[in-house]
Design a protein around this ligand. Structure first.
Ligand code: RB5
Length: 162
C-alpha cells in the first residue's frame, strides 16, 4: 500500500514522526508537504493535493495532519470519492476502516500526542472494511455526492496520461 501524506505548519512535526514510523513499518509513502512549521501555508492547499491523489487512484490511501484535524477533514471530504475520517483514538481508527472504509486518516497534531498518533496510524493501516450493511450506507453517501457533484476528477492518467 502506498500512502500520500501531507500536513500544514501545525501538523508538520507530527508528519515527520509519522513518516519515520511508516518507514520503520516498511510502508511506502510520498510526502506532499509542507516542509517546515512556519506559518506561511494554508491547510486547504495541502489537503486538496493529497485528497486528489487518492481520489484519482494514484495512491490507495492518504494521511492528512493539521492542528485539530478539522480543517483537513473539511477539505478532503469535498473531493469526490474521499472518505476522510478524523481519529483521536484507536477505537475510532479501527471503526473508520471497518465501517467507513476510510481512505484518508486525519490527525490533529494539537490534540493527539505522538505515541497515540502512531497507535492510531497502526490500527488504521491494518483495519479491514467489513462491507455488508456498511457498504449499503457508503453507497448512500456516494449517491449524495453524485447528486451535488458538478466538477470532474482528472483520472486521464489511468489510460496513459501523466
Ligand atoms: C492553523 O493554525 C490551524 O487552523 C489548522 O492547523 C487547523 O487546525 C485547522 O483546522
Amino acid at each position: 500500500m502506498k500512502i500520500a501524506i501531507g500536513a500544514d505548519h501545525a501538523g508538520y512535526r507530527l508528519k515527520e514522526e509519522i513518516k519515520s514510523f511508516l518507514r520503520g513499518k516498511g510502508v511506502e509513502y510520498q510526502d506532499f508537504g509542507v516542509d517546515s512549521d512556519q506559518l506561511d501555508d494554508d491547510y486547504p492547499d495541502i489537503g486538496k493535493k493529497v485528497a486528489e491523489k487518492v481520489s484519482e487512484g494514484r495512491f490507495e490511501r492518504g494521511i492528512l495532519i493539521c492542528g485539530t484535524g478539522l480543517g483537513m477533514c473539511l477539505v478532503a471530504n469535498k473531493v469526490p470519492g474521499i472518505r476522510a475520517t478524523p481519529c483521536y483514538g484507536v477505537f475510532a481508527a479501527r471503526l473508520s476502516r471497518e465501517h467507513n472504509d476510510s481512505n484518508i486518516l486525519i490527525l490533529g497534531a494539537r490534540l493527539t500526542g505522538v505515541d497515540l498518533a502512531k497507535e492510531i496510524v497502526e490500527e488504521w493501516l491494518k483495519g479491514k472494511f467489513q462491507g455488508g450493511r456498511h457498504k449499503r450506507r457508503l453507497d448512500k453517501i456516494k449517491k449524495i455526492e453524485e447528486k451535488y457533484f458538478k466538477g470532474g476528477v482528472d483520472n486521464t492518467w489511468v489510460n496513459g496520461g501523466s
